[in-house]
Ligand binder design. Sequence first.
Ligand SMILES: [Zn+2]
Length: 290
Amino acid sequence: MKDITCIVCGNQQKIRHKLKFYVYKCPTCHLQTSDASFDLSFKSSLREDNREAGLKKLRFANFELIQKKLIQILNNRKKQIVGLEIGSGNGWWLKVCQENQIDCIGIEPEDSFRKYYQENNLNVVAGFYPNEATKSLDGYDFIIFNDVFEHISDLDSLILNLKKDIKPNGILIINLPISTGFFYKIAEFLGIFGIKSFLNRLWQFDFHSPHINYFNDDNLTNLLKKYNFKLLDSMRLESLDFSSIKERIMADKKNSRLKASIFSLGIQLLKPFILNSKPDIKVFYFCQNP
Ligand SMILES: [Zn+2]
C-alpha cells in the first residue's frame, strides 16, 4: 500500500481494488490510479498474430473517425497539417494517416514493429518522448495518444512538454479507455465477488505496460484544464468488433480456445445491449488556451 495523491485534485486516494497491483481511487474526482510500473524489457504475454486479426479492422475504423473529426476541427486544412503520434505501437494510426494524406510522424520505444514501419514507409523515431528527433521548430498542428496516455506515470512533465510542442492553436488528441464504461463497471462488479481477472485484464497488469490511470470525462478534462488546455470535443469509439471477439480473447496466451468460444458467445448475446451502453473508449480533443 502506498500514499497516492490525486494528480487532478491533490486529494489522498483510497484503495479501491487489490489486484495484481493495487488500484486507488480519488474520493473527489474518482480518478483511479495503480501502483504498477512499466516493464522496460517489453516482454509481453500477448500473442501478436491473434491480436492483429482481432483488432485491426476496429482500430482502422476508429482512426478514420478520429481523423475525420480532426480535419473538421482544423477547418479542413488537411494538406498543411503536421502531426506527431506518441507511442505508435503497431503503426496503424500512421498507416491510416498515410492513406488519408495526413502528414504525421511517430515515436515508439519498442522495436518489434520496425518491420511494419519500414514495409509501409512510416516515419517513426525510436525512443521515448520528449526526444530531440521529434522537436519541431513551428510546433505540431496536433499531437495524438492512442491507448498510451493511460500508461504514463509522470503526466506533469509530459503535459509541460506537450505545451511546448503543440502550436498555440494546435490540438491535443487523447484516445483512451474510461472508467465509466460498460465493461469497466461490469469488471468492478465482478471484482466485489472476488473475480479479479477482468479488472487485471482491463488494467493490463499482465502485460509489460500496465495502465497507471483510469480517467473519466470530467477528471481528464480537469487535469488538462490545469495546464490551460480547453476541451473542444469528444466522442465515443467502439471497443468491440463483434466479428472477431474470439480472436481478441485468444490474443491473451492464458485463454484457451474453449474459454474464448464461451465468452465470445456470451458477448454476441449481449450485443444489442452493449451498443447502447456507456462507451468504454472515448477520444478527446483539447486546444491550448491562448
Ligand atoms: Zn481527484
